[in-house]
Every structure is written in C-alpha cells, then in structure tokens.
Design a protein around this ligand. Structure first.
Ligand SMILES: Nc1ncnc2c1ncn2[C@@H]1O[C@H](COP(=O)(O)OP(=O)(O)OP(=O)(O)O)[C@@H](O)[C@H]1O
Ligand SMILES: [Mg+2]
Length: 150
C-alpha cells in the first residue's frame, strides 16, 4: 500500500495533521506511532485528543494505558516504551475492539499483537522544528483516510 509523506515545521502543523485524521475517526480505529524520543508522538496524540474534546491528556509513560471517556468516542492512549515486548501483554489487545480510538506510542515494541488493519505513523526529526511524518495505512479504510487528509 502507498506511503504518504508530510513535512511539518511547527507543533501546530503536526497538530493540524492529527486534527485532520481525527475528523475521519471511527470506532475501533488504531493508530500506531513510532519515531525517536522527542519526535512528536505525544504532540500528535494530544492534538488528536484535543480535537475529540479531550483536554487533560497527560503523558502515560508510567501507566502504559490511559483511558479518556470525555470525548465523542473513548480514547485509549498508550505508551509501550517501557514494555520489553508484546509477551508482556497486559490486556492491550482487548482495547483494539472496545469501540474507541487507540493511539499507541512506540507501537513497534508490540508489533506482534497489533491488528492487521491500522494506521502506522512514523516521525523523523529533520531539524529543530521540522518533522517528517510518514503515514503507512494498512487496510483500505485507513488508505482512504490518508487520501482524504493529504
Ligand atoms: N514540527 C514539529 N512537530 C511536533 N513537535 C515538534 C515540532 N517541532 C518541534 N517540536 C517539539 O518536539 C518535541 C516533541 O515532543 P513529544 O513529547 O511529542 O515527543 P515524543 O515523540 O512523544 O517523545 P517520547 O518518545 O519521549 O515520548 C516537543 O518539545 C515539540 O515542541
Ligand atoms: Mg511521547
């Protein structure tokens, strides 16, 4: 499937991408974020959450899974950086079909248990305020979302 590449030049431009994707959200949507430390995964997740009407997003680093129910759909924000691998599965996969939207930072860590249909997003730092964002849709539904928002 095709890859979609976008360059952003500020937090706000990354947030705008998140908002565009949010506008295409659906129950059981799964978004997998990867990319080095400080590349913008949390900026994206917060932008997405804000667009859903959820404001109090905190970094889930120590909790792994945070559930927000204040928006139009539940949002499950995960940061699996601290998991060794998917063998440490702590019920993560149960979230994928609970009817909400799942956003996973460092998703590659648990790639064995990710659903086949999902949106992979990779962040690359290319300068102090520039990021290359690569959208990799898996499945027709996610592909049309990418086409719609680009
Ligand atoms: N174009 C941009 N898009 C997103 N963030 C940017 C951009 N330019 C600069 N930044 C800065 O980069 C940092 C990104 O931090 P963020 O917490 O989102 O990274 P992260 O990928 O979640 O890191 P971690 O792996 O530690 O969780 C922020 O300080 C943000 O202000
Ligand atoms: Mg983060």
């Amino acid at each position: 499937m095709e890859e979609y590449k976008i360059t952003t030049r500020s937090d706000n431009e990354t947030i705008a991408i998140a908002q565009n994707i949010e506008s295409e959200k659906f129950p059981n949507m799964v978004i997998c974020l990867n990319g080095e430390l400080g590349s913008g995964k949390t900026v994206f997740a917060k932008g997405f959450a804000h667009s859903m009407g959820i404001d109090e997003i905190t970094s889930p680093t120590f909790t792994i899974i945070k559930e927000y129910t204040g928006g139009e759909l539940p949002l499950y924000h995960m940061d699996v950086y601290r998991l060794e691998d998917s063998s440490e599965d702590i019920g993560i996969s149960e979230y994928f079909d609970k009817g909400g939207v799942t956003i996973i930072e460092w998703a590659d860590t648990i790639k064995d248990i990710l659903p086949k249909e999902r949106l992979d997003i990779r962040f690359k730092i290319t300068g102090e305020n520039t990021r290359v964002i690569i959208l990799n849709p898996h499945g027709e539904k996610y592909n049309s979302i990418c086409e719609a928002i680009i």
